[in-house]
Design a protein around this ligand. Sequence first.
Ligand SMILES: [Zn+2]
Length: 355
Amino acid sequence: MNAATYMSQIAQQLGSIYSPKCTTFKNDYRSGKKGAVIGARKGYLTALALTSSGRTYGGTNGFSLMVRYPKSSSAQQITEALKNRPGFSSFFGKKSVKATEDSVVVSWTYSLGKTKQEDVITLLDAVIEEVSRYAPAFTGKCEDCGTAEAREITLMNGAPGYHCSGCQMRIAADKQREADEYSARDANYVLGLAAGLFAAAVTGSAWGWLIGLAEGDSGQWSPKLHALVGVAISIPICLLMFKVIGKRDRAGQIMAVVLTLAAKWWGDAIYFTYVFMHFQNVAFSWPLVSIVLRQFFEIKFTDGWHIFVTICDIVIAAAVPWLPWGKLLTFVPVFQTIQPDGSLIQTLTQGAVAR
Ligand SMILES: [Zn+2]
């Protein structure tokens, strides 16, 4: 059974709507495949989806279900209650439970067939039962102001909720102001660049020496590791540099791209030095590093695999502005309503990005 059929059938059994473009479970670390099933059950809002996580390494298939309730302070109790519920942890094997002030998400993975739909619904009802002990249900009022009537489900950044149109506009305006304040913040590029250079030097050197010691003597190398390590190298550079700059913006992103590439190639130069040491049977010395540096691009383009790694280095560095730790922050939420056929209509403006 393909994913869309599976989801449609769950929607049918729940009396919910299957929305193929819904982004409830789409974030940096997990993606909802084929949208989500959105609905209301016993006064709570529900979202269910097939998900995959860890996309970089092939991904694992899983299922996520979300139960939303009005803001309450019972996240801790709900998590505890679910984890202690008899039979809950053994139901489909290992599950993760994550409760916040207004939602709980239960996720699990499956390896062969998709979880049986009846079992998903049984689990959903079990979660709702536990939630209802600690958090009240929605009562047809807007969850933000608590006064205006709101009976139509509105997605806020993909999560189902009840938001009256007045509150949608107020929230969007508040977030727009936040975005404006953020982009008006002072940025310390000089100190940020110094911090970025420091992070690049440390991570690049760490890469070079670790891989040099691991592979330099064997004559073997793992091109895939060399091709992908740039992703890992970019993390500390971005985290430290953006923290010191004080905000994320385009200028900082450009610095992050350049520093990631510089760090990777600095590490590569150290690695090539180790390879050279192995063949010439000489000890490490800085003059040796400078000899390697002079032939650096010759080495980087020696053969097919080297060229492949070189291209990956450049592509990864250029992609840093889209990675979770390098991308700009989104402030203004997107509000959508779900049509009976599952299509989505945006109620307000586009989600704005801090410039
Ligand atoms: Zn409201």
